[in-house]
Design a protein around this ligand. Sequence first.
Ligand code: SF4
Length: 275
Amino acid sequence: MEVILAKNYGFCFGVRRAVDLLENELGRTNPVYTFGPLIHNQQFVDKMAEKGAKIVNELEDVKERSIVISRAHGLEKEIIEGLKNKKVTIIDGVCPFVNLVHKKALELESDGFQTIIIGEKDHPEVKAAASYIKNPLIIENSEEAKKIPNFERIGIVVQTTQSQQNVIDIVSALIENIKDIRIFNTRCSATEERQNAAVELAKIVDKMVIIGGKHSGNTKRLYQLCFEVKPSIHIETANELEKDEFKNINKVGITAGASTPQYIIDEVIETLKTF
Ligand code: SF4
C-alpha cells in the first residue's frame, strides 16, 4: 500500500514556535505554566505534563515569580496584567500573525474608527484581541452584519482562521449601509493551505487518514472535507488503526491538524506501511 502525505499538514508556523518555546524552557526549568492547553492535542499535553508543564485556568493557580508561556492564539489583557502583578516571567508564545490582529485593531481605534472583529465570539483568539480595545464589536456572520447600527466609519480586523468567503459575505453586508470602511485582512493562510492540500490529496487516493485531537476544530474540519471526497477516518494515534479497514486499498492519503505533533504522524505512517 502506498502512503502519501498531503502537501501541507500538521503544525503551522505559530504552533511550532509556541511548542519550541515550551520545550526549550522545560529543558532549563520547571514547572512552566500554560494558560489552558498550549495546543489541542491530548497526547502532546500529557507528554509535556510529564516533563513539568502545568496547565492552569485561573490566575490564582500561578505561583509568584514563576514562568508562563502565552499560547499561540494570545491571552486576554487582564490575564497578562494579572501575571505581571505576580512578577511572573512571561514567554511570548503568541503567533506574530495574531499579534498583527491586535496591532491593527489598536491602530484603527486610535484613528477614530469603530473597531469590528470578524470572528467567533467565544474563541480565545477573538477574546484576547477584543480585550485590547475599548469598545469592539464582534461579528460572526453576514446576518449579524446586517443588524449593526449605521456607524459613520468602521475599521475591520479578521480572526486569523476565518474563511475568506465569510469575510467577503460580512463586508458585502456592511457596505450596504456604511460608507467609510477600512479593512485589514489579518487572515492567516495556514488553515486554508491544509484544507486545500487535503482535498487535493483525497482526489487521488482510495482512502484518507486524518490525524489529530478529537476536540481539535481544524482537524474535524479536515475530516469533513476529505469525507466528502473519499472514505476517511479521523484518529488521534496509530493505536486506532485497524488492518481490516485497509483491505483492497492501494493508496492511502495522510493529513493532520495544525496541533498534531510530527512524532504521532510518523507512528501512523510506520503502522500503515506494515499493513
Ligand atoms: S493558524 Fe496561523 S495565526 Fe494561528 S498560530 Fe498558526 S500560523 Fe499563527
